[in-house]
Design a protein around this ligand. Structure first.
Ligand code: PLP
Length: 365
């Protein structure tokens, strides 16, 4: 008799993170995990350094300082905020607390892979709602709701497509859900979006009992290495997750750096401006090479390759990796012939486009 994990766990496809290695002697441009090329606010670095001076003590288990900073910046009540070891932890806690074997949770066709993993880890059944033109489809999601549905996960904007639903569509989705189903709005890229019809979800959470919004410090805030995320939700849901989380789920450096980072609004505005400029430049430059790009409102683009032998996404990946440009294969997301590129520094973006230009001209083998 051997130890056997509970049902569902061994069905999980292991999450494969973006690669981070280049051939020796070549400058690495890691454009595979949607990290910011600008790094964190210098104030966040300073705060993390200061925290390191006191490593013998446990951190504040309530992360009060961070919750207060978030509440002040967004005009929220701290009782509606829960901080996590990255937003991934919060997504996992939602599954642990609200899903049991036999339950269903819905995610979209090209949705973030962490949802499926966490749903399966809770012993529940992931249900996939098809997308339309690589964009979530409210009617398709609603059509998948059954009496077993407990959670609906929606990344808005979505990773890896970069597409989004306008807020009136989110409202329509919420209006169509039974009141016992929690709508999880994952707004990891909200700070990057420059569209008048977009909303991350704060207004909806504030006025409903069954909507939560998750946010992260891993993207525009440049703190992916420290693992900081937060959730805004109804008190009943926040309190539920609070019972199950680790008592010290955020470390001291994460709390300190997150607090300083979210207060540095000028830094974030500049990071958003930088991204808007290079998102547009890179999209146009890649399209000018004859490749199609899914229109993105995030800090990354999905580049589609032709079926021509020698010109596939796998060929491009090998070609670019050999030149130090690490992009993300997205086969696991249903795009076997595309690569996701994070918007990088000016040098990285220009270099990538140059290398891609060489690649598309290279003779097909
Ligand atoms: C990057 C990303 C996150 C962030 O996860 P963390 O655990 O906070 O680093 C969440 N959702 C989506 C869709 C993402 O792409």
């Amino acid at each position: 008799m051997k130890p056997v994990p509970k049902d569902g766990v061994l069905d999980i496809a292991v999450y494969v993170p973006g690669k981070s290695r280049a051939p020796e002697g070549i400058k690495l441009h890691k454009l595979s995990s949607n990290e910011t090329p600008l790094g964190p606010s210098p104030k966040a670095i300073e705060a993390a350094r200061a925290a390191v001076a006191d490593l013998a003590h446990y951190p504040d288990g309530q992360a009060s300082e961070l919750k207060t900073a978030i509440a002040e910046v967004y005009g929220l009540n701290t009782r509606n905020i829960l901080c996590g070891n990255g937003s991934d932890e919060l997504l996992g806690l939602l599954c642990q607390c609200y899903l049991a074997p036999g339950d269903e949770a819905i995610h979209t066709e090209h949705g973030f892979l962490v949802y499926e993993i966490q749903i399966q880890a809770a012993g529940a059944t992931p249900v996939v709602a098809p997308e339309r033109e690589r964009t979530a489809d409210v009617d398709a999601i609603l059509a998948k709701v059954s009496d077993k549905t407990k959670l609906v996960f929606l990344a808005n904007p979505n990773n890896p497509t970069g597409t989004y639903l306008p807020f009136d569509e989110i409202r329509r989705l919420h209006a169509g859900l039974p009141s016992h189903v929690i709508l999880v709005l994952d707004a990891a890229y909200a700070e990057y979006v420059r569209r008048n019809d977009y909303g991350a979800g704060i207004e909806l959470v504030s006025s409903a009992d069954n909507v939560v919004m998750t946010r992260t410090f891993s993207k525009i805030y440049g703190l992916a290495g420290l693992r900081v995320g937060w959730m805004y939700g109804p008190e009943a849901i926040v309190e539920t997750l609070d019972r199950v989380r680790g008592p010290f789920n955020l470390n001291a450096a994460a709390i300190a750096a997150g607090t300083a980072a979210i207060r540095d609004r000028a830094f974030i505005e500049e990071a958003a401006r930088f991204n808007a400029e290079w998102l547009e430049w890179t999209t146009r430059a890649v399209e000018a090479l004859g490749l199609s790009v899914t229109p993105s409102v995030g800090n990354f683009i999905l580049i589609h390759f032709p079926e021509t032998p020698g010109q596939s996404a796998a060929d491009a990946d090998a070609f670019l990796t050999a030149r130090g440009f690490i992009l993300r294969r997205v086969t696991g997301y249903g795009f076997p012939n595309a690569l996701r590129m994070s918007i990088g520094s000016e040098e990285a973006n220009r270099g990538l486009v140059g290398a891609l230009a060489e690649f598309v001209k290279s003779p097909s083998s």
